[in-house]
Design a protein around this ligand. Structure first.
Ligand code: ZN
Length: 258
């Protein structure tokens, strides 16, 4: 699962090459809907949590969700691609550039007249925004199951958008919070502190190619069985949560809990 800063960086990379330019080619894997009309312009490239949305000035939206595997590349027209053509899932070309999405499991076009929910409608306030709406996040937290583990809640994009396993583990370590605590056991001010810290860490990494939260790298994520940089206990790793692809790294001494 990509972190919010990855999507934000993809959007920032694509935006200047696409926005305001007329589309010369658009392809979407296994798509039966018509694309934007010839000559329409790209209106915006936005990350919405972990969704990347390319909007066109006729109201059509190209939605991609990269999950674990997907990526967007930007090429100059005629430049050789770094990935195989067979892995292409979407392509947006302008006169000078070609943006290609590879290996994304979710790629779809949405038309303005279409009714029904869209995958990004339900996401919570975006922690990569300049001023995330922490009051709305507090309200979302109050309305969800209070017995849920905080590690799962932080990953829940309907609460707030942008946190994946990396920022979850890092945030919990910075805030000395056990990943296994129930949401209901965490008071409101501490909840806010967790989301503010996550947002701060994400912001620190917007526009960066190498992720950094503590000194030259990460504090706990990916550092299982190594020393905690704060107390020198051994960092632990566990797969847990609603599905077992969710991994947490934590320091049992700094982050005591159930
Ligand atoms: Zn520690």
């Amino acid at each position: 699962m990509p972190e919010g800063d990855t999507l934000w960086n993809h959007a920032a990379h694509l935006r200047p090459a696409l926005v305001g330019h007329a589309v010369t080619d658009l392809r979407v894997h296994r798509n039966r809907k018509r694309g934007p009309r010839p000559g329409v312009k790209v209106e915006g490239v936005e990350a919405a949590g972990k969704h990347l949305l390319i909007t066109f000035d006729d109201g059509v939206i190209l939605h991609t969700h990269l999950q674990m595997t997907g990526e967007w590349h930007l090429y100059r027209a005629g430049q050789r691609w770094r990935n195989e053509r067979g892995a292409m899932r979407a392509l947006v070309a302008t006169k000078d550039h070609v943006a290609v999405c590879f290996a994304a499991p979710t790629v779809a076009l949405y038309h303005p007249a279409e009714a029904g929910p869209r995958p990004w409608d339900r996401i919570g306030p975006d922690l990569c925004h300049a001023e995330p709406d922490f009051d709305s996040i507090a309200a979302n937290l109050a309305a969800t199951g209070q017995a849920r583990q905080i590690a799962d809640v932080l990953l829940d994009q309907t609460m707030a958008a942008g946190i994946g396993n990396v920022y979850k583990s890092e945030t919990l370590w910075f805030c000395r919070q056990s990943p296994f605590a129930e949401l209901g056991a965490i008071e409101n001010q501490k909840r806010r502190t967790l989301y503010q810290r996550a947002s701060g860490l994400l912001h620190q990494n917007l526009g960066r190619s190498r992720r950094q939260t503590f000194r030259n790298g990460l504090a706990v994520y990916g550092r299982g069985r190594r020393d905690c940089p704060r107390c020198h206990s051994i960092i632990r790793r566990i797969e847990h949560g609603d599905d077992l692809v969710r991994v947490s790294y934590w320091c049992p001494r700094c982050q005591p809990g159930p």
